[in-house]
Design a protein around this ligand. Structure first.
Ligand code: FNR
Length: 343
């Protein structure tokens, strides 16, 4: 567990310092159709959404990032504070380290302390779920009194790490078992390589309550490995796989349309990207890296970033003549470039 814990901190530092974004999300290929006759008031626009039965003030979701090391407590506390203040949803980072070593729980419980009312999601890897079963899943949820649990899929990251898990057999069965027995909704997410229509079909069929695309085009764990790899051949492997995966927009189009809630994440970099995601069918747009940098600075820097994103969502809604996210969903878009070719 000490190993898992120190690796977490190392990742955070690399994410803030190095160039760990790779690929193209596809949002640059999506253009919302401008409405020169919005016929509504910008002040009257309500970006509120319902997600898994919870009413949230906007579709901005704070994606899973951290916890599991005492030095991450303050960042997590600030993220929780922001979730509470703005009434937006938030996922904590993988709780594995704290499940292995309860002394590390403080870096997660700090989130709930800062956000007594917020919609919070726990986080556990599918590989750990397969090993430890619903007992660990329940403990992860109880640790932060979560409203839902995210199970992350990360075969790419595991594959390019020598110490990674190189056999994912049984993960789908483990997810199926959890969905069948748990009292909380299970959200299945990728972590940067996207979810295909086929994978989504399997996840819906075993009872996933929501899917988070975690697509290509933002934070890349292969790019992290390219920087952190212990020798040149591992770093080369990371570089070669930095562009592997399904771009977020393509994944979103593949996963949406089944009447189930979807979170778009992976390379969303503005409120406009979140508005585009909602237009394409997402319930929420998740951001990790863009919120990490201000969160490591101060609460005020983080709040300012969120205010900016919210302002962009509101203006994009206004300029498409959408008074609600429901009205924005399904509005016509222009699709160009590689995204147009892929779909
Ligand atoms: C992540 N992400 C992540 N996901 C997860 O399920 N469990 C985790 O522990 C982490 N840890 C983590 C740490 C850091 C520093 C970052 C930046 C990201 C992935 C994250 O939740 C999200 O799916 C992707 O990062 C895509 O979003 P961005 O970063 O491109 O906005």
């Amino acid at each position: 567990s000490e190993y898992t814990s120190s690796r977490k901190l190392e990742h955070l530092k690399i994410c803030c310092g190095g160039d760990i974004e790779a690929g193209r999300s596809g949002f640059e290929d999506i253009r919302l159709v401008h409405n020169s006759l919005p016929e509504c008031s910008m002040d009257g626009i309500d970006p509120g959404v319902r997600f898994l039965g919870h009413k949230l003030a906007s579709p901005l979701f704070i994606s899973a990032m951290t916890g599991g090391h005492p030095d991450t407590t303050e960042v997590n506390r600030r993220l929780g504070e922001a979730a509470e203040r703005f009434n937006i949803g938030m996922g904590v980072g993988s709780q594995r380290a704290a499940l292995e070593n309860p002394e590390l729980e403080g870096s997660f419980t700090a989130v709930r302390e800062a956000a007594p009312m917020a919609f919070l999601c726990g986080n556990l890897g599918a590989v750990q779920l397969r090993e430890k079963g619903s007992e660990w899943a329940d403990r992860a949820v109880e640790m932060i009194d979560a409203q839902a649990l995210c199970i992350h899929l990360n075969p790419l990251q595991e594959a390019v790490q020598p110490e990674g898990d190189h056999d994912s057999s049984g993960c789908l069965d483990a997810i199926a078992e959890l969905c069948a027995s748990s009292k909380y909704p299970v959200i299945v997410k990728e972590t940067g390589a996207g979810i295909s229509a086929e994978a989504a079909e399997k996840l819906w069929s075993v009872g996933a309550a929501a899917i988070d695309t975690g697509g290509l085009g933002g934070t890349s764990w292969a790019a992290v490995e390219a920087l952190r790899g212990e020798d040149e051949s591992l770093r080369q492997l990371g570089r070669d796989f930095s562009d592997w995966g399904i771009p977020t927009v393509v994944s979103l189009i593949e996963v949406c349309g089944k009447g189930k809630p979807v979170i778009a994440s992976g390379g969303l970099r503005s409120g406009i990207d979140i508005a585009k995601a909602v237009t394409l069918g997402a319930s929420l747009g998740g951001m990790a890296l863009p919120l990490l940098k201000p969160a490591m600075e101060s609460s005020e820097a983080l709040f300012e970033k969120i205010r900016q994103i919210h302002e962009e969502i509101r203006i994009a809604m206004y300029l498409t003549g959408s008074e609600s996210c429901g009205a924005l969903a399904g509005k016509r878009v222009y699709i160009t470039g590689r995204t147009g070719e892929m779909i």
